[in-house]
Design a protein around this ligand. Structure first.
Ligand code: NDP
Length: 290
């Protein structure tokens, strides 16, 4: 039987509606909107589109956002100095540095200066470490979005064999840890994995985060698998996922499309993280005041 398509666009819209309500509640309690600072260095066209989408999503949800557009020639010291200012700015609850950074800037060093309380991308060592420890954390947006999409399909994760193809710090690894925290049995595959198809065929839940167009084909999944396609591959002006949709659609029970699957959820999770960071910081300030 063909799969049901998980409509990430609609689920993201519903999530954003709920966040907008919670933002209003936050405003009523604290007299201000949660604030997100988005930092873009350089003029990469794709990054500019991502930043604009994030700013627009903030506006629609009632989150106050500020974009800091820096030239590609910005020095690492200047960028870090801006981050330090934003760390101290009480109107800013979330700081996002758009990646990739221009050549010559070290993302790891730059990101390490973001306060873990404002790290709404969940990329700092503190939040990545807290996720690993199973402690409350601001969690990377794309993997969180994957989990929400699986849940939205009514699929129970506990006890399932989840296979994650890709082990990047921003998608594969946090996705694996989140699945583990939901009690899946998790296998992580990467470019050195042998007999990949043998492993992916065992997956009840398959997350593809490889960055290669149509890398996962229908013969690599088992009947009834849930396929979450993270890949965004641009080819001749069109977007393609890491999973070959048509052949996987015939075998999967649920599948996310590209575009319109994980992508919209990533932004929704960024908004959710910004609100969570704002709530936590506001509570902390209240405790400090009394
Ligand atoms: P990376 O390039 O950082 O990581 C890719 C991973 O795939 C690596 O772990 C790599 O293994 C693995 N890989 C590469 N080739 C193979 C292979 N032949 N067999 C098995 N594994 C392989 O990419 P990201 O994690 O940042 O992103 C993955 C995809 O997701 C991209 O298309 C990206 O655009 C997309 N993306 C989408 C987002 C969204 O919002 N929808 C957000 C972020 C990313 P190794 O570690 O051994 O090199």
């Amino acid at each position: 039987m063909p799969a049901q398509v998980i409509d990430g666009k609609t689920i993201a819209q519903e999530t954003r509606k709920k966040i907008a309500e919670d933002v209003q509640h936050f405003f009523a309690l604290y007299g201000r909107a949660p604030g997100l600072a988005v930092v873009l260095a350089g003029d990469d066209p794709a990054s500019r589109v991502y930043v604009n989408n994030k700013i627009k999503a903030c506006e629609e949800t009632g989150i106050a956002s500020n974009a800091y557009m820096l030239p590609a020639a910005v020095s690492q010291a200047e960028l870090i100095s801006l981050i330090k200012e934003l760390n101290l700015n009480a109107a800013v609850d979330g700081i996002l540095v758009q990646l990739p950074l221009p050549k010559g800037l070290c993302a790891e060093t730059v990101l390490s200066h973001i306060s873990p309380f404002k790290d709404v991308d969940g990329f700092t060592a503190v939040n990545a470490g807290r996720l690993m420890l199973g402690s409350p954390a601001l969690t990377a947006c794309t993997p969180s979005g994957c989990i929400e999409l699986i849940k939205s399909a009514g699929v129970s994760i506990a006890g399932k064999h989840a296979v994650v193809v890709g082990r990047s710090n921003i998608v594969g690894k946090p996705a694996a840890l989140l699945l583990l925290s939901h009690n899946a049995t998790v296998t992580v595959c990467h470019s050195k994995t042998q007999n990949l198809a043998e492993i992916t065929r065992q997956a009840d839940i398959l997350i593809a985060a490889v960055g290669i167009k149509h890398f996962i084909t229908g013969d690599m999944i088992k009947d009834g698998a849930v396929v979450i396609d993270v890949g965004i591959n641009r080819f001749e002006g069109k977007l393609y996922g890491d999973a070959e949709f048509d052949s996987c659609f015939k075998k999967a029970s649920f599948i996310t499309p590209v575009p319109g699957g994980v992508g919209p959820m990533t932004i929704a999770m960024l908004l959710r993280n910004t609100l969570s960071a704002a709530q936590a910081l506001a509570k902390e300030r209240l405790n400090y005041a009394f």
